[in-house]
Design a protein around this ligand. Structure first.
Ligand code: UTP
Length: 243
């Protein structure tokens, strides 16, 4: 199979929230344009994309919880929904992107030898697709992780309830990890902006994280290419110091 990636450009990982992929508004048009962008960026460098489960995952997890399923079983339900979103996007991106989403980091590495982008959902119960994105990023020595979400960055207070809330443009890892650890309990279907495991893994590997609004594709492209963009940047100073 032909190679689609020149070896001289560092890999990038994108974690895209389910709440960005499927909103109930213009989803097919958005997914078609997103697929075009991923194909374009993926042809220039190794690109791995993880897709979240969003509202659909939470709906199934809520029903499963009412049925008395264990947290492990609820995570498995969530994983299946994330994989459904990966399949939807991968099918639109087309070959050489595999339409069966890989189920392990090892499989991602194997697929990446002949395909870019590689698109997957969750892997193991106990974390989220942000965590998967971080583990993949460390394994493939990614230059950065971009988290495309339904807000336009990290705020000093909740922007939905505090009108004076301000977006934080830059943070270091210890500030961000303190926020993540305070904001999530680790239960199935529950998450604060970025997964705890993901934040810990990226901080240790000193891989910077960008949190950007996922529906703004022009901005997302800039984030993927490492150009100035709207959003919050985490851990870039550490990277500069150690580079
Ligand atoms: P998501 O990655 O979608 O979590 O996985 P999320 O926090 O709800 O993210 P958004 O809303 O899409 O941005 C959905 C659920 O699937 C399970 C977890 O229960 C998670 O909350 N999951 C997912 C896993 O257990 N392991 C995985 O690797 C991925």
């Amino acid at each position: 199979m032909p190679s689609t990636r020149p070896p001289d450009r560092a890999p990038v990982v994108l974690s895209i929230g389910g709440s960005v992929l499927v909103t109930g508004t213009e989803d097919a048009a958005y997914l078609a344009r997103l697929a075009d962008l991923l194909r374009k960026v993926g042809a220039e460098r190794a690109l791995v994309v993880t897709t979240g489960g969003g509202r659909s995952a939470r709906d199934y997890i809520r029903i499963g919880r009412d049925l008395g399923l264990t947290e492990y079983e609820l995570d498995e339900l969530g994983i299946d929904v994330t994989r459904l979103h990966a399949r939807l996007l991968a099918a639109r991106v087309g070959p050489p992107t595999p339409t069966d989403p890989p189920t392990t980091v090892r499989e991602v590495v194997k697929e990446l030898r002949h395909a870019s982008p590689v698109i997957l959902g969750g892997t193991e119960p106990g974390h989220t697709t942000d965590g998967v994105a971080a583990l993949v990023a460390v394994r493939i020595r990614a230059e950065r992780v971009v988290n495309a979400t339904d807000v336009d960055g990290v705020y000093d207070r909740d922007p939905r309830t505090s009108p004076g809330a301000r977006r934080i443009e830059q943070m270091n890892w210890s500030e961000f990890r303190a926020m993540v650890h305070a904001g999530s309990s680790g239960e199935a279907g529950q998450n604060f902006l970025f997964d705890r495991l993901g934040a810990d893994v990226l901080a240790r590997a000193r891989i910077p994280l960008l949190i950007v609004p996922g529906r703004d594709l022009a901005n997302l492209e800039k984030a993927l290419l490492g150009r100035p963009c709207r959003g919050s940047r985490i851990g870039e100073e550490t990277r500069a110091k150690t580079a």
